[in-house]
Design a protein around this ligand. Structure first.
Ligand code: SF4
Length: 418
């Protein structure tokens, strides 16, 4: 096998970083290697990475296997103890050329020698990485503008994998977006770990809303700008302005709500209340009535009663959500919530199932309202596109990357038809 293969788990940040990893690793002369860019958000994600490593070692006995990403950062010894693994790189190390040069020459004998993981909490700056394209062939690409998180939600392992919040300088972000638009990408998605804390570490503390305005001003050719998940309580005024006024900012927001009960939100150490969440959604709907809202909600957080769960479930209607990402609670070692009284796993599973059904019903209601409308659809593949509201559309005979005005004639409960 020539070159470097990167297997990506987890979030959009990892997708962006995998492009940088491939470039830096190949640039450092690494050859015949596979990099596993792991995720640590759930036990399931870590287990999948281990299974993939074992399978790849069986299939490619002579290929060098390097493990990186959040699970490598939080559990380096566990991966280094795997005989299938040649090298374990940290989350900051994976973005640096010199770490790959070392990887190219290092032949580890003991587990310890395999590990090159620096203290992620000591990382205070974020070097911009200009990427000119993505190998996933999608016309929508992610631009990492922020990394890490200063919050410590009790269920979350991410800060231990990615460190504290740090931002890419605004000029570098604008240059990155311009480079991708010039490369022909129709849609850019701004991504980060805690996107709404963008700029807190930069001179003048510019906020996400101001960054968004700068991008839209300095890259007039950009057709579609999308924002990935935000913490509603931290949304700034400029961001609300852009949501209200600029058609090029897509009318779709994904919110990190996590629960609908105030006592659970308190035990999660979230910064918003149920009332805050409902009011934010109503405010955004007033500013942009056709906006589609999505949210992450955890089912089965420790101490959650049936009544508390019901308040998460009815948040879907109260906030008029369209897209629901449901996470059955997964106790992560080292997080405070893992030490709290746990909800029975079967109950968690059953609640997640009910919540997903509530989400599917909400999506169907939205699809009903979309029938008869004309939407601007970004063609993602020969069979699918997505509207500006991020609603999937079944299509045929269109060219990926095109944005087409299409009339919605019906839906199949999950996708619009045209
Ligand atoms: S805001 Fe909370 S859930 Fe989000 S990354 Fe930070 S600690 Fe995790």
């Amino acid at each position: 096998m020539m070159g470097v293969d990167v297997v990506t788990f987890g979030c959009r940040l990892n997708t962006f970083e995998s492009e940088v990893i491939r470039r830096e690793a190949e640039g450092a002369g690494l050859n015949d290697a596979i990099v596993i860019n792991t995720c640590a958000v759930t036990n399931e994600a870590v287990a999948q990475a281990r299974q993939t490593i074992r399978r790849l070692r069986r299939e490619k006995p002579d290929t060098r296997i390097v493990v990186t990403g959040c699970a490598a950062q939080t559990e380096p010894e566990m991966f280094a103890a795997m005989p299938e693994v040649d090298r374990v790189l940290g989350n900051d190390d994976k973005m640096r050329a010199e770490a790959w040069r070392d990887t190219g020459t290092a032949f580890a004998v003991s587990s310890d020698e395999k590990i090159a993981v620096t203290d992620i909490m000591a990382v205070t700056e974020m070097a911009p990485h200009l990427v000119n394209g993505f190998q996933n062939g999608l016309p929508r690409v992610f631009v990492q503008v922020q990394n890490g998180c200063d919050h410590r939600c009790t269920f979350c392992i991410i800060p231990y994998g990615r460190g504290n919040s740090r931002s890419v300088a605004m000029g570098a972000v604008v240059d990155q977006v311009r480079a991708l638009v010039e490369a022909g990408y129709a849609e850019i998605v701004l991504t980060g770990v805690d996107l709404t804390s963008y700029g807190g570490d930069l001179p003048g503390s510019p906020k996400l809303g101001f960054l968004t305005k700068q991008i839209l001003k300095h890259v007039p050719e950009l057709k579609r700008l999308r924002i990935s998940s935000i913490d509603s309580i931290e949304a700034d005024c400029d961001l609300l302005d852009v949501i209200a006024d600029d058609e090029r900012l897509m009318p779709h927001l994904h919110l990190s709500l996590q629960a609908g009960d105030d006592l659970i939100l308190k035990r999660m150490k979230r910064r918003h209340s149920r009332k805050d969440a409902i009011e934010f959604c109503a405010q955004v709907k007033r500013l942009r009535p056709d906006v589609a809202l999505g949210a992450d909600i955890i089912a089965g957080f420790p101490t959650e009663t049936e009544g508390m769960f019901a308040r998460s479930q009815d948040l879907v209607d109260e906030c008029d959500l369209t897209f629901l990402h449901v996470f059955p609670y997964s106790p992560r070692p080292g997080t405070p919530a893992a030490k709290m009284p746990q909800v029975d796993g079967r109950v968690t599973k059953e609640r997640a199932k009910r919540l997903r059904a509530t989400g599917e019903a909400a999506l169907r209601r939205r699809l009903d309202t979309e029938v008869g409308t004309v939407r601007q659809v970004l063609i993602e593949s020969a069979t699918q596109g997505r509207t500006e509201h991020f609603v999937p559309v079944a299509i045929s005979g269109a060219v990926p990357g095109e944005v087409r005005a299409l009339k919605m004639t019906s839906h199949d409960g999950a996708r619009l038809l045209c």
